[in-house]
Write a protein of this length. Sequence first.
Length: 296
Amino acid sequence: MKPIPTIDGHHHIWRLKDLSWLSGPQVPRIFGPYQPICRDYTIEEFRSEVAACDVVRSVYVQTNWPAGQSLDEARWVQSVADATGWPHANVAHADLADPDVGTLLKQLKDLPATRGIRQQLHWHDNPQYSFALRPDVFNDSEWRRGLAMLSDHGLLFELQVFASQMADGARLARCFPDTTFVLEHAGMLEDTSKDGWKRWRDGMAALADCSNVNVKLSGLGTFDHAYRLETVAPIVRETIALFGADRCLFGSNFPIEKLWTDYASLYGTFRQAIEHLPEGGQHDVLYNTAARLYRI
């Protein structure tokens, strides 16, 4: 496997005391029992795990600190970046429906690592899969008022939705053509029945028609609780066929995926899933797209 400089476009580090969702009572979640990762996960551990995998830069994505602490999280990430040089970019959290979100966005933008915002909007009939309280939060005028501020600050938005929400997601992207969107986890294909694949494929095609939507090929072991080539490769191939390699990027979703694999195995499997691409396409997925989107 030929070495290619790689940007990990989606990972987390954390201090357990700051993660109310992780340190609280163990409740069923989308990725199953998570006791093994109920501990500090430091940038030093992350870097040791990626050392043999050609990863040269990385992007941190918010981990849902308690309400009201979005700026505290971003400042902590910035302090880690200042001290160690990693991560190279941060996707922070903001509640875009908050009447005072403009103040928070200005403060986040002042932190050199900030490149975007993630507010998890994914909703599902299965309550273990849902994060949002309802499926159409991003249709609210108050929420859209906050989203409209992102382009003014040069911030992208990371969109996390299921197939059932993708039509609305595409309409959202068309309504905000000056905002760059990054679809999380390749659209979170949780239903691999024939009908499930069709719903996902139709939704992805609608999003692909929006030139301001890009896709992060991350979290691909979430519903299998394993990172297997036979599961990962079809999603990766179809996503790249729809969006093009220059709008797709790699993300590990570590340490969540650490529940069922190690970093080297995940990276090796992902490289196999894109080996059908020419070398230039592989460079796009592994490096160029992330470098462009996150300006690193």
